[in-house]
Design a binder for this molecule. Structure first.
Ligand SMILES: [Zn+2]
Length: 291
């Protein structure tokens, strides 16, 4: 009897496994994309006015995007043009303060809070953190407290250490780890996500590691990591310079190429469902072509 039950269970596994493992393949073309890493920086405003940006999103099948800009006015321009397509977050960078010196501006906390009061920002970021200087700790604590009070997330470009530092201030913060740590390998990203259940990651600039070579296969370490935390990774393009806007469709196509190798449920998660849940928005192809 026990033997027979074993056969039934084994049979069910063999029957179920290929169904689950079937990659979505060509079906990936029909998925709407939530682009979790968009900037609309000042140099883009002239050559890529808001209407052009939304058209680029339409053409690439991008239904919605998380946008932060240097300065924040760029994000608001896009948001006001197409509020149903743009999820705004406030980037601290403005004036002479950018990625390398933003924490040294005395008025930074008031600036961030003021922008959050004035506009419907869902988060603070993307900002860069390298080594955390003693002098910066006060500001980072203020930012963590503000995020917690407002139910806002943080979008941080850093290695593992600054993310751990922020979770040390408040373990309940929601953090999007930009570029999944950029240069941190899956062996570092995985344990961080194991440890922090509210840690999400966008995968911009990771496409070429996830998918090896032209028409390539999934890197085994990335595949295992993406499967393990399938509900917390999101696609991103990172339009940090105009060259990224110029090749926006190709960037999205590159992401669809790796998505295509995952089963439908996982591919949908990375493409838009994880963002849907995180940002509490309905993302669908119906948004494309609208504003
Ligand atoms: Zn960025």
């Amino acid at each position: 009897m026990r033997h027979r039950l074993g056969l039934v269970v084994l049979g069910a596994l063999f029957w179920a496994a290929p169904v689950h493992a079937d990659p979505i393949g060509e079906g990936v073309k029909d998925l709407p994309i939530f682009d979790a890493h968009v900037h609309y920086k000042e140099p883009a405003w002239g050559p890529y006015p808001p209407g052009t940006v939304i058209e680029l999103m339409d053409r690439a099948g991008v239904a919605m995007a998380l946008v932060s800009s240097t300065p924040d006015e760029g994000t608001i321009k896009l948001y006001e043009y197409a509020p149903n397509r743009i999820v705004p977050e406030v980037r601290p960078y403005h004036g002479g303060y950018g990625s390398s010196n933003w924490t040294s501006f005395d008025g930074m906390f008031d600036y961030i809070r003021g922008r959050m009061d004035a506009y419907p920002h869902v988060g603070i970021g993307e900002f860069h953190l390298h080594d955390i200087a003693k002098a910066d700790e006060g500001l980072l604590r203020q930012i963590a407290t503000l995020a917690a009070e407002r139910g806002a997330l943080l979008h941080i470009h850093s290695g593992a250490e600054p993310v751990s530092f922020m979770y040390g201030i408040d373990p309940n913060l929601t953090i999007i780890w930009a570029h999944a740590g950029m240069s941190e390998p899956p062996a570092v990203v995985g344990p961080m996500m194991d440890k922090h259940p509210t840690l999400y990651a966008d995968l911009s600039y990771r496409e070429w590691e996830i998918l090896k070579g032209e028409g390539g296969t999934l890197d085994p370490a990335w595949k295992a990591l993406l499967e393990k935390h399938a509900d917390r990774f999101m696609v991103g393009t990172d339009t940090w310079v105009n060259e990224q806007w110029a090749q926006y469709s190709d960037l999205v196509a590159m992401n669809r190429a790796w998505l295509a190798q995952f089963p439908k449920d996982l591919a949908e998660g990375f493409a838009y469902r994880n963002a849907e849940r995180l940002f509490k928005r309905k993302v669908s192809r119906d948004l494309i072509g609208t504003r």
